[in-house]
Design a protein around this ligand. Structure first.
Ligand code: GL2
Length: 830
C-alpha cells in the first residue's frame, strides 16, 4: 500500500523526478521524445511540421502542469469565480504566445537551434484557431489572456466548432469561401476530457407532475446529445496561473436510441446518432447579423446547457446551499448569444433543485452581467417564439413567466403606458412573434455595459433608453482593450525589445501604463532613429509577404496605408477605394514635374465578407479591379499601389499591423460600437486616420487630436445629414463614381448596384458627405509623412498613449466593478 495521500503524492513526485525542467538539454530531450512517441516519427528523420508538433506537445506538457497547479489551488481557496460565456473566440496561433507567457521562449529557441531548427520557422507551421468572426471574438481571446495574467479565477466557455471561420480564396478578384477544417492536422493544445460530458436535451414536451404534493414541471426531451469538454490552457504572463478555456463538442448520446437498436434498424440508428455531432460542426460566418435558424439556436443552447451543468457541478462539490451561489459564481454574457443561460439557470434551480421561483430569480439576478456589442437594434438577436417553443418547450414557458412577472412589476412602476410596456417586453408581438434576447439579458443582469464611452452613452440615450430610465444603476461602460502580450510582445519582437531598452524594464508587459514613460523620449533623435529602423524591418517582412501573396513588389519608402477588418458597408472600405481612385486620377492628370512631390503610397486592404453579403463581396471585387488597373500602370509606378491581402486572420494581422505606417478606421460615426483593430495599430506606433466613432474618441483623449488624422461627420450630425433632401455629392466623388460606372475598371454592370449605394439617392453611410473631409485628412497624412522626424514622434506618442487600451485595464475593471472577484495567485515565482 502507498499509505496516506501525502505519502502517495510524495512518491509520485519523486518518480517523476520533480516536474518538467526548462534547461536546454531537458527541452531537447523532451522534443525528441515527442517526435518519437507522440508524433511517431523517427528522431533521425522528421520535417518542420513534425518538429512543430513535437515542440507544441512539449510546451503543452508544461501548460498542463501549471493548469493542474492552478486548478488545485483554486479548489483549495474556493474563491468566487467568473465564468465567461462567449459563442466565439479567435485564438489564432498558440505556440509563441505560450512560450512567451511561460517565460521560456529563449530556452526553446536555443534548444531548437541545437537540434538544427529555427523557432520562427516552426512557429510558422501552426494554423490559426479561428472559432469566431471578427472583433467580438478576438476580444474574447484578448480578455482570456488578461484574466490569466491578472490571476483571476476565471473560466472561458465556448463551442468547439469543427469548421472555423471559412477560408477566403480570391479567384479572378472574387471572394470564394472554403471550409476551414482546422482539426485536420490535429490540435496539440487541447485535451479531450472524456469523463466531462453532459447530456443536453432538445424538443419533446413538458408535463406537470406531483412531487410531494407540489406541482412540478418535467421536460421529456425528444432528443439528447452529449456534450464533451475540450480544455485549452490559457497561460498568464509572469505568473504560474494557467486558466482554462473549455469548449464543448457534440457526441452522440447513449441514452436515447435503445429502441431503434432493438427494432433492428441498426444502420439507420448509427447514421442518426452521427447527426448529433453536427451541432458543433460549423461556425456561422455572419458578423453582426442574426438569423432565426434552428441550428444556430441549438448551438447556443448546447453550449449554454453544458456550461451551466459544469458550473453547478463544480459549485456543488464544495457547497450544498444555493444561497451561497452568488458568492461563488459570476456569469458574464458576452453579447446576447449565450443569454439562454438565464432561462437555463432558472430551469435547473426550479425544476431540478426545487427552489421556489422567487428565490431562484433572486439568485439569477445576482449572478448575471451582460455586455452589449451591437450599436443598432437590427444587430440584436430575436428568436421566433415558435422555433424556441419546439426546440426548448420548457425554456419558452420560463421566459414567458419571467416576462409576465417583469411586465406586472413594470406596470406598478410606470403605469399603463402601453407603448413603453410593449417596447420593453421580452416578447415582441408582430408578424413573427419573437423573444428579444437583449431584453431578457437586461432584465436579469445586475450590470449591463457597452464597449466604449460613446457606445455606452448611445445605449442609454437610444437603444435601451427605457431600461436606462428604469434602472440607471445597471448601466456601465467598459471600454474594450487588447492584450499587449499578443499585439506587441509576440507580433513585434523588435519593438518590444526597443521599448524595454528605453524604459529600462520589461515591467510594462504586465503593467502597461508604464508605456507613458516613452513620452519623455518622443523627440529624442536616437530613439527616433531606432524606432524608424524597427518600422523598416517590419515593413520589409510585410513587403515580402505581399509579394508572395499577390506578386506585387512594393517600395519600402512608400507609406504603408492599411485597412484590415471585416468588410461592411458601415466600415466604408468603399470610401477608401474611392479615395484611392481619386489619388490615381490626380496623379494621372498631374504635370510630370509635379509628381516628385507626391508621397508614394502602398494601400493595403484585407478582410472577409459574409458569404451572403452581396454588396460587401462587390467591394472586394472593386478593390481587385482597381488594383489591377493601378498596379499595371507603369506610368504611375511606385507612387501608388493597391493590394488586397487575402484570408485576413489573426496570424496575418500579426504580420500586417507592425508593418503599417497609417491605418484607417473610418466607419460612419455612430456605427462602430468600439473597434479594437485601431488599438493594436496604435500599440505598434501606427498613425490612425479615423472618424470620431467608437473607441477612437477615447484614443483622441489619450494621445491628443494632433497625433492622428480625424475627419468626417460627428455622431450627433449623422441623423440630420441623413434627413437632407438630396445627399451631398462633391464633384470629386461624383467623378470617381462615374469612372466606375463607365467601366474604367471593367465589370460595369456588376458594379452598378454598388455605385447606387452612394449616388443612388440615399447614401446611407454618408460617403459623399464625408468625402472632402476624408481627402483633407489624407492630405494631412501625406504632409506629415514627408517629415520623418515629425512622423516618428507622432508614432512614438501613439504607442506611449496606448496603455489605456490594454485588455488588462478592461478586465480589472470588470473584475472590480462587475464580477466582484479577486486575484487568486498560485504561490510561486512564476
Ligand atoms: C463588435 C463591434 O462591431 C465592434 O465595434 C466591437 O469592437 C467588438 C467588440 O466589442 O464587437 N460586435 C460584433 O458583433 N462584432 C464586433 O466586432 N463582430
Amino acid at each position: 500500500s502507498l499509505g496516506s495521500d501525502s505519502a502517495k503524492a510524495e512518491r509520485m513526485f519523486r518518480l517523476m523526478d520533480g516536474f518538467l525542467k526548462n534547461d536546454s538539454i531537458s527541452l531537447q530531450q523532451d522534443i525528441l521524445r515527442h517526435v518519437e512517441y507522440t508524433v511517431a516519427r523517427s528522431r533521425f528523420n522528421f520535417d518542420d511540421f513534425e518538429a512543430y508538433q513535437a515542440l507544441a506537445h512539449s510546451v503543452r506538457d508544461r501548460l498542463i502542469e501549471r493548469s493542474h497547479d492552478t486548478q488545485l489551488y483554486f479548489k483549495r481557496k474556493d474563491p468566487k469565480r467568473v465564468y465567461f460565456l462567449s459563442f466565439e473566440y479567435l485564438m489564432g496561433r498558440s505556440l509563441s504566445n505560450s512560450v512567451i507567457n511561460l517565460g521560456i521562449r529563449d530556452q526553446y529557441a536555443d534548444a531548437l537551434s541545437q537540434l538544427g531548427f529555427e523557432f520562427e520557422v516552426l512557429a510558422e507551421q501552426e494554423g490559426d484557431a479561428a472559432l469566431g468572426n471578427g472583433g467580438l471574438a478576438r476580444l474574447s481571446a484578448c480578455q482570456m489572456d488578461s484574466m490569466a495574467t491578472l490571476d483571476y479565477p476565471a473560466w472561458g466557455y465556448g463551442l468547439r466548432y469543427e469548421y472555423g471561420l471559412f477560408r477566403q480564396v480570391i479567384l479572378d478578384g472574387f471572394q470564394h469561401e472554403q471550409p476551414d477544417f482546422w482539426l485536420n492536422f490535429g490540435n496539440p493544445w487541447e485535451t479531450e476530457r472524456v469523463h466531462v460530458t453532459y447530456p443536453v436535451k432538445f424538443y419533446g414536451i413538458v408535463e406537470e407532475e406531483n412531487l410531494n404534493g407540489e406541482k412540478c414541471n418535467v421536460w421529456i426531451p425528444g432528443e439528447v446529445v452529449e456534450a464533451v469538454a475540450y480544455d485549452n490552457p490559457i497561460p498568464g504572463y509572469g505568473t504560474r496561473n494557467t486558466i482554462t478555456l473549455r469548449l464543448w463538442a457534440g457526441k452522440p448520446s447513449d441514452q436515447h436510441d435503445m429502441e431503434a437498436y432493438n427494432t433492428g434498424d441498426y444502420i439507420n440508428a448509427v447514421v442518426c446518432r452521427q447527426k448529433a455531432e453536427n451541432i458543433s460542426s460549423v461556425l456561422y460566418p455572419d458578423d453582426r447579423s442574426f438569423q432565426g435558424k434552428e441550428l444556430r439556436l441549438k448551438q447556443q443552447y448546447f453550449f449554454v446547457s453544458a456550461s451551466i451543468q459544469d458550473i453547478i457541478r463544480r459549485f456543488k462539490e464544495a457547497h450544498s446551499n444555493f444561497d451561497e451561489f452568488p458568492e461563488k459564481v459570476a456569469l458574464q454574457l458576452n453579447d446576447t448569444h449565450p443569454s439562454l443561460a438565464i432561462a437555463e439557470v432558472m430551469r435547473v434551480l426550479v425544476d431540478k433543485e426545487h427552489l421556489a421561483w422567487n428565490k431562484a430569480w433572486d439568485i439569477a439576478c445576482k449572478i448575471f452581467s451582460f455586455t452589449i456589442h451591437a450599436v443598432i437594434a437590427e444587430g440584436l438577436e430575436k428568436i421566433p417564439v415558435d422555433l424556441l417553443g419546439s426546440l426548448l418547450p420548457r425554456h419558452l414557458q420560463i421566459i414567458y413567466e419571467i416576462n409576465f412577472k417583469f411586465v406586472e412589476e413594470l406596470k406598478k412602476r410606470i403605469g399603463l403606458d402601453y407603448n413603453r410596456l410593449s417596447r420593453m417586453s421580452i416578447i415582441e408581438e408582430g408578424a413573427v412573434k419573437s423573444i428579444r434576447m437583449a431584453n431578457l439579458a437586461i432584465v436579469c443582469s445586475h450590470t449591463v455595459n457597452g464597449v466604449s464611452k460613446v457606445h455606452s452613452e448611445l445605449l442609454k440615450a437610444k437603444l435601451f433608453k427605457d431600461f436606462y430610465e428604469l434602472w440607471p444603476q445597471k448601466f456601465q461602460c467598459k471600454t474594450n482593450g487588447v492584450t499587449q502580450r499578443r499585439w506587441i510582445v509576440v507580433s513585434n519582437p523588435s519593438l518590444c525589445a526597443l521599448i524595454s531598452k528605453w524604459l529600462g524594464t520589461e515591467a510594462w508587459i504586465r503593467d502597461v501604463d508604464l508605456l507613458t514613460g516613452l513620452r519623455a523620449y518622443a523627440a529624442d533623435p536616437d530613439l527616433q532613429q531606432e524606432w524608424m529602423m524597427v518600422k523598416k524591418v517590419n515593413k520589409m517582412r510585410l513587403a515580402e509577404y505581399i509579394e508572395a501573396m499577390s506578386g506585387v513588389k512594393v517600395s519600402l519608402d512608400a507609406m504603408f496605408d492599411v485597412q484590415t477588418k471585416r468588410i461592411h458597408e458601415y466600415k466604408r472600405q468603399l470610401l477608401n477605394i474611392l479615395g484611392i481612385i481619386h489619388r490615381y486620377d490626380c496623379i494621372k492628370n498631374m504635370e510630370k514635374s509635379q509628381r516628385s512631390k507626391v508621397v508614394p503610397r502602398v494601400c493595403i486592404i484585407g478582410g472577409k465578407a459574409a458569404p451572403g453579403y452581396e454588396i460587401a463581396k462587390k467591394i472586394i471585387k472593386l478593390c481587385h479591379a482597381v488594383a489591377e488597373k493601378i498596379n499595371n500602370d507603369t506610368d504611375v509606378g511606385d507612387l501608388l499601389k493597391l493590394v488586397f491581402i487575402p484570408d485576413y486572420n489573426v496570424s496575418v494581422a500579426e504580420l500586417v499591423i507592425p508593418g503599417a505606417d497609417l491605418s484607417q478606421h473610418i466607419s460612419t460615426a455612430g456605427h462602430e460600437a468600439s473597434g479594437t483593430g485601431s488599438m493594436k495599430f496604435l500599440m505598434n506606433g501606427c498613425l490612425l486616420l479615423a472618424t470620431e466613432d467608437g473607441s477612437t474618441v477615447e484614443i483622441v483623449e489619450e494621445i491628443g487630436a494632433d497625433n492622428l488624422f480625424l475627419f468626417g461627420a460627428k455622431i450627433h450630425e449623422v441623423p440630420k445629414l441623413r434627413e437632407e433632401e438630396s445627399p451631398k455629392m462633391p464633384l470629386q466623388c461624383a467623378r470617381v463614381i462615374r469612372m466606375v460606372r463607365d467601366g474604367y475598371f471593367g465589370f460595369k454592370d456588376y458594379f452598378e448596384s454598388l455605385c447606387d449605394t452612394v449616388d443612388g439617392g440615399k447614401d446611407f453611410y454618408l460617403l459623399g458627405s464625408d468625402f472632402e473631409s476624408y481627402l483633407e485628412a489624407q492630405a494631412a497624412a501625406d504632409k506629415a509623412f514627408a517629415d520623418p522626424n515629425k512622423w516618428t514622434q507622432m508614432s512614438i506618442l501613439s504607442t506611449a498613449g496606448s496603455g489605456r487600451f490594454s485588455s488588462d485595464r478592461t478586465i480589472r475593471d470588470y473584475a472590480e466593478k462587475t464580477w466582484g472577484i479577486e486575484p487568486c495567485r498560485f504561490p510561486s515565482d512564476g
